[in-house]
Design a protein around this ligand. Structure first.
Ligand SMILES: [Zn+2]
Length: 436
């Protein structure tokens, strides 16, 4: 815990530069065995007093929201409970409806995990409301981050700038009691960091895009801990869920150093986003992190193939097929994605320059990336131990659609990954065809 405190309070020293990291915008993060009895004190400690709107869904209200509301009332707070019916989604339209409910609010308290936190975070940022969150599941790494993942009207899911909560309060007993697939999702959302790092590093070395070490340096003290505890996470043992929670919080704080999510969101996250945007009636209802876990293995296989080659790939100008994108994505999203895709697309000169660079640095780049690699078979075993699906089919997706996601996810975002390298080398069809 003291390491997390050091990081967000700006006491952590970057070992590469000897400089103190900036203070994160979050005032307090607590991972506790239980929050019971401390709810009011925690909320007051981040400057939230008096009248609050507590946002939950019916499930998270039962699990923890009811308890928090009761504790705050008995401590003198006025609490308005905003209970979202059914299974809410973090979309702009649901955000608008929450905004109406919080129009006169003075402060907001989110009780939930991904969706509830993202909706509340986004509305709080728009209305300049102080807000804090009581987490209910160890399912994703976005509790403390400054961005909110939101679905646009078109169905496209994007990461929008928001403001981090003032306080993040995580009760390990509550988190450990969440359904098993939620811990598996959190594990998948952390597992991806090694493949994301390889993608991001490759992009930095071949295209000179920016790269930061800080997100990885802050998680370094815990390296290996999650894998050692994969089975215990699958069994939702209290201590192991505590480790997972800490890893999720630290991973999310990476965004506070860089302003971007690249350190934990590259080719593998794009595959998960593709599933969320385009599976439609084929979507099995799996969580972001469960999909990320599977996609991490797919990206790991693509990276491994390249990193086994003594010679660099031969890159050709990027082929964009707007008609095919429209057929798969619908016209509105296809247009948005095409705009993003064109930003990283290589013309003939760009491809020639990239080939030149690859010729020059390939042996060295290979070595650097291989040092960061985790064997795919090892990741697969650990993911299974944590209770995660390890293939598109295990997620419940038709194989044909999962292959489509692997083949086309890189079209959605201007981040250059090994999937782009494979696509521009004419190899991605082959890689995608062997996924299931
Ligand atoms: Zn994620």
């Amino acid at each position: 815990m003291s390491h997390i405190e050091d990081v967000y309070l700006g006491r952590w020293t970057n070992p590469r530069t000897g400089e103190k990291a900036p203070r994160a915008p979050v005032a307090r993060i607590e991972i506790l065995d239980t929050v019971a009895g401390r709810e009011a004190e925690l909320v007051r400690s981040v400057g939230i007093n008096g009248e609050v709107h507590l946002v939950a869904d019916t499930n998270t209200h039962d699990v923890l929201g009811h308890q928090v509301a009761k504790a705050l009332r008995s401590d003198g707070f006025t609490v308005h409970e905003v209970i979202l019916p059914g299974r809410p989604h973090a979309t702009l339209s649901e955000m608008e409806s929450l905004k109406q409910k919080l129009v006169n609010a003075e402060a907001a308290i989110a009780v939930g995990s991904g969706t509830i936190n993202d909706l509340t975070k986004f509305v709080a940022a728009q209305q300049s409301l102080p807000y804090c969150v009581f987490g209910t599941a160890p399912s994703m790494d976005g509790y403390a981050s400054s961005t909110a993942s939101m679905g646009l009207e078109s169905g496209l899911k994007v990461s929008l700038p928001a403001k981090p909560p003032r306080g993040v309060f995580l009760d390990i007993s509550v988190l450990a009691a969440a359904p098993p697939h939620m811990a598996a999702a959190g594990f998948g959302d952390c597992l991806c960091n090694s493949v994301a790092r390889i993608d991001w590093w490759m992009s930095h070395r071949v295209l000179d895009t920016q790269f930061w070490f800080e997100p990885y340096l802050v998680t370094e003290p815990d390296d290996g801990l999650l894998e050692e505890n994969a089975e215990a996470i699958g069994n939702r043992e209290h201590v192991a869920i505590g480790y997972l929670t800490r890893a999720l919080v630290l991973s999310g704080m990476g965004v506070n150093f860089t302003g971007v999510s690249n350190h934990g969101s590259m080719g593998e996250h794009q595959i998960s986003h593709y599933i969320d945007c385009f599976a439609r009636e084929r979507h099995p209802g799996t969580l972001h992190g469960q999909q990320v876990g599977v996609a991490t293995l797919s990206m790991g296989r693509i990276q491994s193939w390249f990193l086994d080659q003594a010679a660099p790939p031969k890159i050709m100008p990027t082929k964009i097929d707007p008609d095919d994108m429209t057929r798969r994505m619908g016209p509105a999203i296809a247009r948005q994605c095409e705009e993003e895709y064109r930003k990283k697309a290589l013309d003939a000169d760009g491809a020639a320059r990239l080939n030149e660079r690859l010729q020059e640095i390939w042996p060295q780049l290979r070595e650097e990336c291989r040092a960061l690699q985790v064997p795919v078979e090892h990741m697969k075993r650990k993911l299974a131990e944590a209770g995660g699906a390890t293939s598109g089919a295990e997620l419940g997706l038709p194989s044909e659609f999962y292959r489509e996601a692997v083949r086309h996810a890189h079209e959605m975002r201007n981040r250059f990954s090994f999937a782009d390298l494979a696509c521009d080398a004419g190899l991605l069809d082959g890689f995608a065809a062997s996924e299931a």
